[in-house]
Design a protein around this ligand. Structure first.
Ligand code: PMV
Length: 310
């Protein structure tokens, strides 16, 4: 079995597309892939529990067509004619800001190597998965792919080596899905339009975001959870200023804060998807989880340890 992690962005989404830093935490959940050699005409992929099958045949489903393109790109990286069947189990919601397409890409690329008895280093998996991600998102920063590949907690900056962050205390986050999926490509394009229309305003928002990310790193390393929570809530205000929140997400964030979260924000592309709330005790975690369930939301538990394996 091979694996690609999901992730949540603690601070800095969208700015990271434009060269600013972001702080991210890989989640235990992700994409698990098993591969076996096949004698068929094409390499095929089945994704549970979505019950999506990707083969070489014609399809009217745009999501399957994108997956077909991505799978062709991935198999086209090999000079041989080896066919395979890949069984993937996705333990992340799609279109929810938890990096499902990057997790899937990393798992598929590792599985295609595994079936050939190849071991490739992570840096190469990361580069290959960026090409996969471009099919879905056009202009990915690479943060999802880096976290899917390496896991752990990290500060990411486009085109730079991943900087590991070692939290001084365990991190526990409640991630909750608003029920509306979001399109990362559309959200990224909307921010690009806002930046082109008013570079001074959006540049200032990105400056503020960068300061929050750098302060967030220090807070993680110092175990200053209340400070980290405050920075997350401040980041949410910047995302609201870019029209990336929704009434449903704002209601969830208000409910999480009322239930005792230290901070809460949209995570990932926004315009739908998930919010994350930072908690600092079992009781706080349970209360925030219950508040989300009362709103009828699906909840995902995100933890990061104090060691380098995240
Ligand atoms: O919504 P997701 O999981 O695809 O996260 C996107 C994060 C962005 O910063 C909005 C885009 C990117 O490529 O970094």
């Amino acid at each position: 079995m091979v694996f690609g992690h999901g992730k949540v962005i603690l601070l800095g989404e969208h700015g990271v597309v434009h060269g600013r830093p972001a702080l991210a935490i890989a989640v235990e959940r992700g994409a698990e892939a098993h591969a076996r050699r096949s004698e068929g005409d094409a390499t095929t992929l089945h994704i549970a529990p979505w019950d999506v099958t990707v083969d070489d045949g014609p399809t009217d489903d745009p999501a399957v067509a994108l997956l077909q393109r991505a799978l062709r790109l991935a198999t086209g990286l090999y000079a041989d004619e080896q066919r395979a069947h890949l069984e993937v189990t996705m333990r992340l919601p799609a279109g929810a800001g938890m990096g499902s397409s990057a997790a899937l890409g990393v798992a598929v690329l590792r599985a295609l190597d595994e079936v050939r008895d190849l071991t490739r280093d992570d840096a190469e998996i990361y580069e290959r998965s960026l090409a996969w991600e471009r099919i879905f998102h056009g202009n990915p920063s690479g943060v999802d792919n880096a976290m899917a590949t390496w896991g752990g907690v990290a500060l990411f900056r486009r085109g730079r080596p991943l900087e590991r962050v070692l939290p001084a205390t365990p991190i526990r986050i409640v991630a909750a899905f608003s029920g509306a999926s979001s399109s990362t490509a559309e959200a990224v394009a909307s921010v690009a339009r806002q930046l082109a229309g008013d570079p001074a305003r959006v540049g200032r928002l990105f400056d503020d975001m960068e300061a929050l990310v750098l302060a967030g790193r220090r807070a993680l390393e110092a175990g200053a959870l209340s400070e980290l929570g405050r920075l997350m809530t401040a980041n949410h205000a910047l995302l609201q200023a870019l029209s990336l929140s929704t009434p449903a997400l704002d209601d969830m964030i208000a409910a999480a804060m009322a239930a005792g979260a230290l901070g809460a924000k949209v995570t990932g592309a926004g315009g739908g998807g998930c919010m994350i709330a930072l908690t600092d005790s079992d009781l706080g975690h349970t209360r925030v989880t219950e508040a989300m369930r009362t709103l009828g939301r699906d909840v995902y538990d995100v933890r990061a340890g104090t060691d380098r394996s995240g």
